[in-house]
Design a protein around this ligand. Structure first.
Ligand SMILES: [Zn+2]
Length: 409
C-alpha cells in the first residue's frame, strides 16, 4: 500500500514536472518567436469614455484600431494604420463598441497613408452581419464617417466579416468530424500559431491543393474557399466519387498572425507571403512548401490542380500561361474548368489574366515546380455573399466532375 502511494506520488510529481517543462518551453518559444516580429503592433486595450459609459476595444483576434481621440460627447476619431510600409491599399479595421445607455455615436475612421476601401460591416452579438448605411467618405478618401447606434449589446464593426485564426481552427475541427477528413499541424507562424493542413479523401497519387488567407483582409476569398470545401466534403455521389480517387490538401489560413493582428497584408515580419514562393524566407510559406513536397515524395504523387483563394476589387483569375514549356500534369485543365465553371453561373464573364509562371507567387510555384495546373482566384470584395457561396460551390462541382471525367477516359 505504501509502495503504491509512493508510486502515485512519484507519477503526480513527474506529471507536474513534465507539465511545468512544457509550459516553460511554450512561453519561451513564444517569446523567441515574438522577437522575430518587426512590424508595428497596435496597443491592445479597452478605451473608456464618458465615465465608463462608452467603451471601445481592439482587444480580440482580428482587431485593428491604432488610436482613438474623443472630439465631443459622442464623436470619436479612430486612427487605422498598417503594420509596416510600403503596403497595398487594403486598410483593414475591426473594433468593438459598447454603451451603457442607448446612444448614437459618430465615428471618423482616419486611414494612415491610404484611402477608404471596405464599407463597414457590423453585427450585434449573435446577430448576422449587416452593411452599414450612410457612410460618408471625405474628398481625399482618407476618412470614412458613420453613425453607430450603440447600446449595452456590444457592436462589432469591421471592414469585412471578422473571421479570426481561432474561428478558422474551430472550422477545421468541424471538418475533421466528417468522413475522410484529417488534420495535421504542418508548422508554426512567427508568433507560434499552428498552421494546419486538412487532408480530404483517400490517400492518393492524385493531389489537389487549395490555399487561402495569405493576405489577412481577403475574407471573401476565404468564404468562397469554405463553400468550395463544403462541396468537396459533402455527402453527395459526386463528393464521394471524388474522395475515392483524389486527395485534396487544404491549408486554410497560411498567415494566422496577420489575420489575428488585423494586418493589412503582411505577416508579422512585414513580408507579403504571396511574394515569398521563390525564397521561402518566411516560416509560414516554408511550412506549406515542405509539407507539399514531402507529401508528393512520400506518395509518389502528382499535383493535378491548385487554387489559391484571394480577394480584390472584382473577380479575377490569374492563371499560368498555357505554353509548351509549362507542360503540366493535366494540360488544359484550368481552361476547361474556367469554361465549365463560368457557363454554370448566369451572367458570369470570368476575367482571366494569364501570366508567365516565373513569379514568386504560389500559383507560379505550383506550376513551375509541381507542374500543377494552378491559379489565383481573386474574389471581389463586394461580391454579394449568396453569389460568392454559389461560385465556391459550382467551382468545386465543376472541378470534381472534370477530374472524374479524366479518370473515366
Ligand atoms: Zn491576395
Amino acid at each position: 500500500m505504501i509502495k503504491l502511494q509512493n508510486q502515485t506520488a512519484f507519477i503526480v510529481i513527474l506529471a507536474a514536472f513534465i507539465l511545468a517543462c512544457k509550459t516553460k518551453s511554450l512561453t519561451q518559444s513564444i517569446n523567441e518567436h515574438a522577437s522575430k516580429a518587426t512590424t508595428n503592433f497596435q496597443i491592445r486595450k479597452t478605451y473608456r469614455f464618458n465615465k465608463n459609459q462608452i467603451l471601445l476595444t481592439n482587444n480580440f483576434g482580428g482587431a485593428r484600431l491604432n488610436s482613438i481621440s474623443q472630439e465631443n460627447d459622442s464623436t470619436f476619431n479612430i486612427e487605422i494604420a498598417p503594420e509596416n510600409e510600403p503596403i497595398n491599399p487594403s486598410p483593414w479595421y475591426a473594433f468593438k463598441v459598447w454603451s451603457a445607455q442607448q446612444k448614437n455615436l459618430y465615428v471618423n475612421l482616419n486611414y494612415k497613408g491610404t484611402s477608404h476601401r471596405y464599407n463597414p460591416k457590423y453585427r450585434y452579438q449573435h446577430q448576422p452581419w449587416k452593411d452599414l448605411a450612410d457612410v460618408k467618405i471625405n474628398q481625399n478618401k482618407k476618412q470614412a464617417s458613420f453613425k453607430l447606434s450603440a447600446n449595452n449589446d456590444t457592436i462589432l464593426v469591421a471592414a469585412q466579416e471578422l473571421l479570426s485564426a481561432s474561428d478558422n481552427y474551430h472550422w477545421e475541427d468541424s471538418l475533421v468530424r466528417l468522413p475522410q477528413v484529417k488534420k495535421q499541424k504542418i508548422g508554426e507562424s512567427i508568433l507560434g500559431k499552428p498552421i494546419n493542413a486538412i487532408n480530404i479523401g483517400n490517400q492518393s497519387k492524385k493531389l489537389i491543393v487549395v490555399l487561402s488567407r495569405q493576405h489577412p483582409p481577403e475574407v471573401t476569398g476565404y468564404m468562397a474557399m469554405q463553400e468550395f470545401i463544403r462541396t468537396v466534403t459533402a455527402n453527395t455521389e459526386l463528393g464521394k466519387s471524388f474522395r475515392m480517387k483524389f486527395e485534396l490538401l487544404l491549408i486554410p489560413v497560411i498567415n494566422p498572425d496577420g489575420v489575428d493582428e488585423g494586418n493589412w497584408r503582411h505577416n508579422v515580419a512585414g513580408v507579403d507571403l504571396n511574394r515569398d514562393w521563390e525564397n521561402f524566407a518566411q516560416p509560414e510559406t516554408r511550412a506549406v512548401k515542405d509539407y507539399l513536397l514531402k507529401k508528393i515524395t512520400q506518395q509518389n504523387a502528382k499535383v493535378y490542380f491548385g487554387i489559391d483563394f484571394h480577394s480584390t476589387y472584382y473577380d479575377v483569375f490569374y492563371t499560368n500561361e498555357d505554353q509548351p514549356q509549362n507542360k503540366t500534369n493535366l494540360p488544359g485543365f484550368t481552361r476547361k474548368w474556367l469554361h465549365a465553371f463560368s457557363e454554370s453561373i448566369p451572367g458570369f464573364k470570368p476575367n482571366i489574366k494569364p501570366s508567365p509562371n516565373g513569379g514568386n507567387v504560389s500559383k507560379s510555384w505550383m506550376g513551375r515546380v509541381l507542374h500543377a495546373e494552378a491559379l489565383t482566384y481573386e474574389v471581389g470584395d463586394d461580391t454579394p455573399r449568396t453569389l460568392l457561396k454559389l461560385k465556391g460551390k459550382v467551382a468545386a462541382e465543376k472541378m470534381m466532375e472534370l477530374l472524374l471525367a479524366t479518370e473515366n477516359k
